[in-house]
Design a protein around this ligand. Structure first.
Ligand code: 13P
Ligand code: SF4
Length: 319
């Protein structure tokens, strides 16, 4: 615990500064934020805000995306260590060698579709950026127009698309989210065999392993799962394979429902994203005050132009 007096309610801040938070950020940060969302909603918000300073309580690729979409705003990441395992496990040299190799294997048009959880350099060698909200729709439309897809970096999400659409011509990179990839089918078996009243449901984020996704009643992005829970009218137990903070948000939104993490680690901080949790009160407060934090001001113009184009393509597909 830090000993900072966390007084960052919006009235205490410079009016030109906003605080954005992902659902996985700690509760105190989300409560103080001007906007909380999933990665797609946060991108859209960052693109259109009139604020001239954005403190981004998420991870680095989210703050970088905000800067690409709103280059005139000052964007600050509270902690330099807020990375993502999908980014860290993807070497740019190996990625570009893979793309070149695959391009040489076919006469078909190739679309390199990258998940938004990627570095700026990775985005710059992509044709499309997608999030867990729109990946299936965007890839489906590229397949319909005759493309072979190279999907990077999330292996689990890519494997799920191959499983759901065996007819799709899609090659998949091999990185994982360390938080979602830790869910295990064997633990699910134990949970599902345990006695509880009523039906059992499984909701899973598509970064989870394929055996979990195959058994899920709903595979969806952060907001899609949250919306499902908010709207659910039945009874029973809802197991969720995702980051623990989102499960806390679901439980707070629907205290009448029995919502549990889909692993045997109930009650502990397992399945917590260590990178999101670096948005401590102290780090966010000092970023808001302008005394600390990482300025996202290191992306040169050519790189920004190349990385922005596939993100804008995604946002116009969405409209
Ligand atoms: P969402 O796009 O669902 O917000 O997911 C982002 C993420 O990092 C999940 O681990
Ligand atoms: Fe990356 Fe996984 Fe953390 Fe999301 S939960 S930011 S994918 S490590």
């Amino acid at each position: 615990m830090n000993d900072v007096n966390f007084t960052i309610a919006s009235q205490d801040r410079d009016p030109g500064t906003i605080l954005l938070a992902h659902y996985y950020a700690p509760a105190a940060i989300r409560q103080a934020a001007d906007f909380v969302g999933d990665s797609l909603e946060l991108s859209r918000f960052a693109q259109t805000t009139q604020a001239n300073r954005i403190v981004f309580a998420g991870v680095r690729f989210m703050a970088e995306t905000a800067k690409l979409l709103n280059p005139d705003a000052e964007v600050l990441l509270p902690d330099a260590g807020s990375t993502c395992s999908l980014v860290e496990q993807t070497s740019l040299d190996q990625l570009t060698a893979w793309i070149d190799r695959e391009r040489g294997k076919t006469d078909k048009p190739i679309a390199h579709v990258s998940y938004i959880n990627s570095s700026v350099q990775h985005k710059a060698v992509s044709d499309w950026i997608v999030t867990s909200r729109n990946a299936e729709d965007i890839i489906g439309s590229l397949i319909d127009s005759g493309h072979r897809i190279l999907f990077s970096p999330d292996r689990n999400m890519g494997s799920y698309f191959r499983y759901m659409h065996p007819e799709w011509d899609i090659k998949v990179w091999n990185a994982v989210c360390e938080v979602h990839d830790a869910f295990r089918e064997q633990e699910l078996d134990v949970l599902f065999q345990a006695w509880t009243d009523g039906p059992k449901f499984l909701l899973a984020h598509p970064e989870s392993p394929l055996p979990i996704l195959k058994r899920a009643h709903l595979v969806g992005s952060t907001t899609r799962m949250l919306d499902w829970v908010k709207a659910y009218q039945g009874s029973g137990t809802i197991y969720v394979a995702t980051e623990i903070e989102l499960i806390n948000v679901m439980q707070a939104a629907r205290p009448d429902l029995d919502i549990r993490v889909a692993s045997s680690y109930t009650g502990c901080q397992c399945h917590a994203c260590p990178y999101m949790k670096r948005n401590t009160e102290e780090a966010v407060l000092t970023a808001l005050q302008g005394t600390d934090g990482v300025q996202i001001d290191y992306i040169d113009d050519d790189l920004a132009k190349a990385a922005r184009a596939p993100i804008l393509r995604m946002l116009s597909f969405e409209q």
